[in-house]
Design a protein around this ligand. Structure first.
Ligand code: UTP
Length: 309
């Protein structure tokens, strides 16, 4: 391995998970949205496993008020392990042991929730002068790991920051950071511009940031110098735009699918898709078909005033 490649090694992953999760209230009032289950695992466990799949074991989770459950989940629980051992439930034991022994998880708190860009600033002391990966704690990717590996490879080859992108339908561009790009060979682009949650008519494309990034250490000075952006928050997108202006930002259109579990509709669909893909839940497909065939009553009196989906 050449010196240049060694210098560009990515060793650390950062998972921002401090946000309020207001779109999933009241479920998120006293528990983190990143801990909501997707079938039988909390969402953030998939994110940690994705990082491990890509070879990144040093993981910093950005937490905040009311997020203790995340730390408890990744801690060892000796009583539970003993119980599983005694009752011969070895596969459950292996799973919880593997996770807590493979990942080296660190925590830092974001004291005031000033946005994703602000959350990333709290990784500075941990990552020091290295480039690092960022995986949003409320976003899952399938297949797990291959996208992140590719982002690492692009960074090692070019030295630039890289973000994963996916094509979204026109009515969803207002939810994400949207890119103007050059190139596109093998799914790789040079980013000319990135803009946070543009109106549909102002979107330069339908390529949307998909919650996975390789960032350069200079991002911290950029974030420190940024004025508050959209919604009065420190926007990571605005810092990425500065990197794009410096000619140091690339994008990769990954093969696979992103699951945004931070809103109700996508949360429910994510559970469905993950459950349908599970070999131990055979029969779910038929059960769902039967449920839809029989029809589901809309019961306004049971579910009044639901707010946004
Ligand atoms: P979102 O943009 O979905 O924001 O965060 P949110 O505040 O969590 O959710 P809503 O809009 O109130 O429903 C994307 C990721 O960034 C983290 C979140 O925890 C989530 O994993 N985040 C966001 C932070 O760590 N800190 C922040 O200040 C904002």
């Amino acid at each position: 391995m050449t010196e240049k490649y060694k210098k560009r090694m990515i060793r650390k992953a950062v998972i921002p998970a401090a946000g309020f999760g207001t779109r999933l209230l009241p479920a998120t009032k006293a528990q983190p949205k990143e801990m909501l289950p997707i079938v039988d695992r909390p969402a953030i466990q998939y994110v940690v496993e994705e990082s491990l799949h890509a070879g990144l074991q040093d993981i910093l989770i950005i937490t905040g008020k009311g997020k203790h459950a995340i730390e408890d989940h990744f801690d060892r629980n000796f009583e539970l392990e003993e119980e599983l051992r005694k009752s011969g439930r070895h596969s459950a034991l292996d799973e919880i042991r593997t996770l807590t022994t493979q990942a080296r998880i660190h925590y830092v708190r974001q004291p005031v929730l000033l946005g994703l860009g602000d959350a990333v600033r709290y990784a500075r002391d941990h990552v020091e002068s290295e480039s690092f990966a960022v995986l949003l704690g409320d976003t899952l990717l399938r297949p797990a790991g291959s996208c992140l590996k590719k982002l690492v490879e692009i960074h090692q080859r070019t030295g630039d920051a890289v973000l994963a992108v996916e094509e979204v339908p026109a009515d969803k561009v207002e939810r994400y950071g949207i890119l103007e790009v050059d190139g596109g060979r093998d799914g790789e682009y040079v980013v000319k511009r990135i803009i946070e949650k543009p109106k549909r008519e102002e979107a330069p494309s339908n390529l949307a940031a998909a919650g996975r990034y390789i960032l350069l250490p200079e991002i911290f000075d950029i974030l420190d110098a940024l004025p508050p952006g959209k919604n009065n928050e420190v926007q990571l997108t605005d810092a990425l735009q500065v990197l794009a202006q410096r000619g140091k930002l690339r994008a990769y259109r990954f093969q696979g699918k992103r699951y945004d579990v931070g809103n109700k509709m996508d949360y429910v669909l994510t559970i469905m898709e993950y459950a349908l893909a599970r070999p131990d839940l055979k029969g779910l497909h038929e059960a769902l078909e039967a449920m839809l065939r029989n029809g589901v009553d809309v019961m306004d009196e049971d579910f009044p005033a639901q707010g946004e989906s």
